[in-house]
Design a protein around this ligand. Structure first.
Ligand SMILES: [Zn+2]
Length: 270
């Protein structure tokens, strides 16, 4: 099977263009990775050991033997759908060794420079829920704007968003992880992000962007849309004087009871 015929690859191309249209992936901002299902991986018929091998120290055990679709380093999301061969590809993570193989695509290129963080995040999310297979990073505008205005405290940040619209609690009862600004691309920010991803699906980087995870690309994208919408409404309300308090703790608890959700422990007062 041609790797570009995998429905998820087409979805990634369409969604990346959509995200660019929304202004969330300016220039080369943003990256996506997707862990192929066993059926998708088998359909490729790749022979391990035949691809371009690239060193990568610290490959997490949780993704060994797996195939990962990933966007290329420096790729522009507005161009991705028209150049899958160079701007995306599928990597095979061998059972042993500090390396991975480029099985398909990524011609004249390499995966995102955050590939090690993506793999580690996938392993962390898989340990929490075996259905999780997507890591998505971008610069969603309202989320970024909110990091300039809202409290820099993940509990207060989460509560602010939960109070905005009913859907917030439904989509992310486990809350939002918040990493205050630090230079990206290093071990410090990666470690902090992974720690928060152990029991959350969203991590916001102050003054930079947001990571969402999910069972599918549309799942992770829907979560991102919801978070961005909440931030947008919160910012608009703030600009208008924020006269009403939003959904109180009792109301948030009612949402959880109605939909069978467990809110993050210690966040609600009732
Ligand atoms: Zn970024």
């Amino acid at each position: 099977m041609d790797w570009k015929s995998i429905p998820t690859v087409k979805e990634a191309a369409e969604l990346s263009y959509l995200m660019w249209e929304r202004g969330w992936d300016e220039a080369n901002g943003g990256n996506i990775s997707y862990l192929l299902t066993d059926e998708e991986a088998e359909s490729l018929g790749y022979v391990p050991g035949t691809g371009r091998t690239i060193e990568l120290p610290g490959v997490p055990d949780g993704v060994r033997g797996k195939y990962v679709f990933v966007t290329a380093t420096g790729s522009h999301f507005r161009e991705l759908k028209d150049n899958l061969d160079e701007l995306t590809g599928i990597c095979y993570i061998p059972e042993e060794g500090d390396c991975y193989e480029i099985a398909y695509g990524l011609e004249n290129s390499r995966p995102t420079s955050e590939f090690d963080t993506h793999l580690a995040a996938m392993a962390v999310r898989l340990a929490a829920d075996p259905e999780q297979r997507v890591v998505m990073h971008n610069h969603a505008t309202s989320v970024l704007a909110m990091t300039h205005v809202a409290p820099i405290d993940e509990k207060e940040f989460t509560l602010a968003l939960w109070r905005v619209i009913t859907e917030a609690m439904v989509l992310f009862p486990d809350g939002i992880g918040y990493v205050p600004w630090c230079v990206c691309g290093g071990k410090e920010i990666a470690d902090k992000t992974l720690e928060k991803m152990r029991d959350r699906r969203i991590v916001i980087w102050g003054y930079h962007g947001v990571f969402t995870t999910g069972k599918s690309l549309h799942d992770a994208f829907g979560l991102l849309e919801t978070v961005n919408k909440c931030c947008e409404v919160w910012l608009t309300a703030e600009a208008c004087g924020h006269r009403n308090p939003g959904i109180d703790d009792k109301g948030l608890r009612e949402i959880c009871d109605t939909f069978g959700l467990t809110p993050r422990e210690g966040y609600l007062t009732c």
